[in-house]
Structure formats: structure tokens, C-alpha cells
Ligand binder design. Structure first.
Ligand SMILES: [Zn+2]
Length: 79
């Protein structure tokens, strides 16, 4: 699964300094944790070049992606 849509183009450019952002393939490696001001943050890593970044988003936006993020982090649960 591709999670690149969780990051904006600007964020991927900042995270990948060697200009590989166009081929980067991001995936979440931690579940979201709450921070102040209704923000959730979680870590993402790039499979292509190994770079890391911390993604911040509003908890309502995180809610939309929560299921696929947990499946990626903990393994897909078949119910
Ligand atoms: Zn990368």
C-alpha cells in the first residue's frame, strides 16, 4: 500500500534531502499519538531511501486514515 497521500509534496521535499522525493514510498511506522491542540502525530519512513519524518495532522483527519495506518503498523487484521 502507498501512503504518500498522507504527506504533502512540500513535506516530502523537506524529508528527502537528496531530491528523491518523486520516487519515495512512504509508510507509517507508528500509531498516532495525541499532542496539544487536537493534533495527532506519527512517524513515517521512506522505503526507497530510508528517510524519516514525523507527520502532524488534525485528529479529525487522522480519523479518516486511522484504520489503514494501524493495519500497516500492526499487520493487516482479517475479520
Ligand atoms: Zn525517501
Amino acid at each position: 500500500m502507498n501512503f504518500n497521500h498522507l504527506l504533502t509534496e512540500r513535506e516530502t521535499k523537506q524529508a528527502c534531502r537528496n531530491k528523491t522525493y518523486k520516487i519515495c514510498k512512504w509508510k507509517p511506522v507508528s500509531e498516532g499519538r495525541a499532542t496539544a491542540a487536537n493534533q495527532i502525530h506519527f512517524d513515517m519512513i521512506c522505503d526507497t531511501c530510508g528517510c524519516r519524518t514525523t507527520k502532524f495532522m488534525h485528529f479529525r483527519e487522522y480519523d479518516v486514515h486511522q484504520k489503514i495506518i494501524k493495519e500497516e503498523v500492526y499487520g493487516v487484521q482479517s475479520s
